[in-house]
Design a protein around this ligand. Sequence first.
Ligand code: PAZ
Length: 362
Amino acid sequence: MSPSIGDMEPAEAESAYFNEYPPPKALPKHEALARAFVERHVEANRRVVLVTSGGTTVPLEAQTVRFIDNFSAGTRGATSAEYFLEQGYAVIFLHRQYSLLPYSRHYSHSTNCFLDFMDEAAPTSDSENPDHGRIVVRSEYQDQMRDVLRKYRYAKQNNLLLLLPFTTVSEYMFELRSLAKLMRPLGSNALFYLAAAVSDFFIPRSRMAEHKIQSSEIPANFSDDEAVGSNDIYTGENAPEPPKAGKKLVINLDPVPKFLHRLVDGWAPEGSMVVSFKLETDPSLLVYKAKTALQRYSHHLVIGNLLSTRKWEVVFITPDPPHERWIRVPKARRSKSISGVEDQVGLAEIKKGRDGSGPESE
Ligand code: PAZ
């Protein structure tokens, strides 16, 4: 039996994983865009950050109808990208397709549709007048929207923001590897800020069902060998964990190789900075897991957060003292953003937290 990817050394796991999947169709186009973006900012001696944002999917079928998703709206990534731009960085925003984007996030939240910000101007007496029935931004939103619009325009006109989408975990991996290698000419001007929620498990392409899994086609005396379309997906009465009654879908997932190793030790430019995030739900595990990640991958910073409090508090785990530092947005400053979506701990808080002038930290 061949070893599973989870049991291999990082370099071996890398080639095994990338051999499983064809590269995403959009990769050559994304690479060309990223190459030109990096060249432009190397010339300008500008710092470039790769922000990853949103959750990855794990398809259950090659022609995907169903998939497993990872939690993330993209708020952290999109918000942080805006702060990085404010700090003079150029940003490559590698994001889950249709998740929140820098600047437009203020108007795209489902509870605050952009149409709520608009109004029809007061009618003029002349219906031929081009201003008659004109659509305008409501007066109470003018100032905030002008501010967001100016920043957005500035980033766009100066080629400071490159938006690259992904959907599946394998697309994310291919994109991350390519982008990190393309960023090599930046050297210590490169920063990796890995806020995306990346699946820890996947179904190898070689063991994936091609077509939509059919519950109606489950044989009466189902055995492992007869699994529909795949030996990773078991449905029926004789599945490995037999159901008490009725049909069950049992999914057998492999661990995704830990690519942070490869990013830090191979793909990323020498001298670059790598920041990863760790999400947990159990408070008693968060610091331990974040510290373990930092020790294991020897990068620069792990930012830990809990699902329930991630918008107000994060913990910085660093190789140097104080090793563990909490940064909290005080209750009074948990402000509503323009869209009514409460803002969260972002780069500004992180930066202010460092010099002590920002949100409460301990
Ligand atoms: O996108 P969002 O603001 O809803 O959530 C952000 C987050 C919790 C996904 C991010 O802060 C994070 O922790 N990312 C890493 C997740 C992980 O441990 O894989």
